[in-house]
Design a protein around this ligand. Structure first.
Ligand SMILES: Nc1ncnc2c1ncn2[C@@H]1O[C@H](COP(=O)(O)OP(=O)(O)OP(=O)(O)O)[C@@H](O)[C@H]1O
Ligand code: SF4
Ligand SMILES: [Mg+2]
Length: 349
């Protein structure tokens, strides 16, 4: 699969300029043709290949938020885990701050991990219940080589940044509310001074009012620091609020990619249209209330022929069943992989 162009970019230069250590003029993240396949054994010894991520390309600009959406199993977390080097890519390139991240080992890998931090859905999973807030944030400070004597002062500053009182430094995760725990997770990530934070369903477990506070906090931090976010969420209203650009995934591939404004106002792919139509808060008159998505996503170990969405698509025709559509620039300005969405005038991939 060839390199996919970036859709109309949102402004990418943060107020504070490029984060320390990153050469000017390059994307914070540039992922090209990323594939992550898993070999799984099923039944009596037969081995299948699950193409969890299969030829995905995107960029995240400095100070920008790229939102990734898609149904369960579409490959969102696998991208996140590849970026933080939990999964080794099967193929493709991941450049962070202009430097290749695939294949790093030893001290180069440790240095890379400083540049990319992750905030998970459930801080119960990611915060050690035996460590108080000071030690939790101190861990992040130690990664950056901050002397122990400095930890209390800097941890208190980081708590202030996530709008928590210093008095919480001695508390344990079990003594904090869900929103407070997620703020501590964010403070720990910030302690490392990363260029990018990957948020995987980071607000999904929170009540609506707390969710709004955390999203506003993330926005404020981005304004102040120019940090970039890769923000994974099932919730389209969250992405419409936070993301500059969005990528919609289906069965391991990006099927639509554009500015959040355009994708929400003029979705080109029938899958994106169905996702949007299902959410009253983001639905527009133009999208209308289309039929809900029928059926389940297919098994990524045996994807359908042609367009992987064809068994569920109300617009499918013969060509859809035989030929996989390429991501092409559409009339709206977004990229979409659909034979029946009108291309931009003179538009190619
Ligand atoms: N370690 C693994 N071994 C085998 N298959 C895996 C592994 N991790 C993920 N998968 C499979 O890869 C596909 C993508 O999974 P992934 O967790 O990335 O989806 P997701 O979009 O994050 O879903 P959700 O919205 O439920 O979090 C799924 O079919 C999943 O079962
Ligand atoms: S290519 Fe065909 S099946 Fe796939 S989304 Fe477009 S119309 Fe539907
Ligand atoms: Mg996931």
């Amino acid at each position: 699969m060839s390199q996919v162009p970036t859709p109309q970019q949102a402004p990418t230069t943060p107020p504070g300029g490029a984060p320390a250590g990153a050469p000017a003029g390059v994307h914070a993240v540039e992922v090209t043709d990323l594939a992550v396949h898993f070999r799984v054994r099923r039944g009596l010894g037969s081995v299948h290949t699950v193409r969890a991520v299969d030829g995905v390309s995107f960029t995240v600009g400095r100070g920008e938020t790229l939102g990734i959406a898609g149904e369960s199993g579409s490959g969102k977390s696998t991208i996140a885990r590849a970026l933080v080097q939990i999964h080794r890519p099967t193929a493709g390139s991941m450049r962070v701050g202009g430097r290749e991240a695939v294949g790093l080992r030893g001290s180069a890998l440790r240095a890379y991990r400083r540049r990319m931090q992750m905030v998970y859905q459930d801080p119960y999973d990611s915060l050690d219940p035996r460590m108080n807030v000071l030690r939790t944030i101190g861990e992040g400070l130690s990664v950056r080589g901050v002397a122990r004597a400095e930890h209390r002062r800097q941890a208190a500053e980081l708590l202030e940044r996530v709008r928590l009182p210093e008095t919480l430094l001695t508390r344990y995760p079990g003594q904090l509310s869900g929103g407070q725990r997620q703020r501590v997770s964010i403070a720990r990530a910030l302690a490392v001074q990363p260029e990018v934070i990957v948020c995987d369903e980071a607000v999904a477990a929170l009540d609506v009012s707390i969710r709004a506070q955390i999203l506003n906090l993330l926005k404020d931090i981005q304004q102040d620091s120019g940090i970039s976010y890769l923000f994974i969420s099932h919730d389209l209203s969250t992405l419409r609020f936070l993301a500059d650009r969005v990528a919609i995934m289906y069965l391991g591939r990006i099927v639509e990619h554009g500015t959040a404004t355009t994708v929400f106002a003029e979705p080109q792919h029938p899958y994106t249209q169905a996702l949007i139509a299902a959410v009253p808060e983001v639905r527009t008159a133009r999208v209308g209330s289309r039929p809900m998505l029928a059926g389940e996503p297919p098994d990524p170990a045996s994807p359908p022929s042609g367009c992987a969405f064809h068994p569920r698509c109300p617009r499918a025709t013969d060509v859809c069943r035989t030929t996989a559509p390429a991501l092409r620039r559409k009339a709206s300005g977004s990229l979409a992989a659909c034979h029946h969405a009108a291309d931009a005038p003179g538009g190619t991939a």
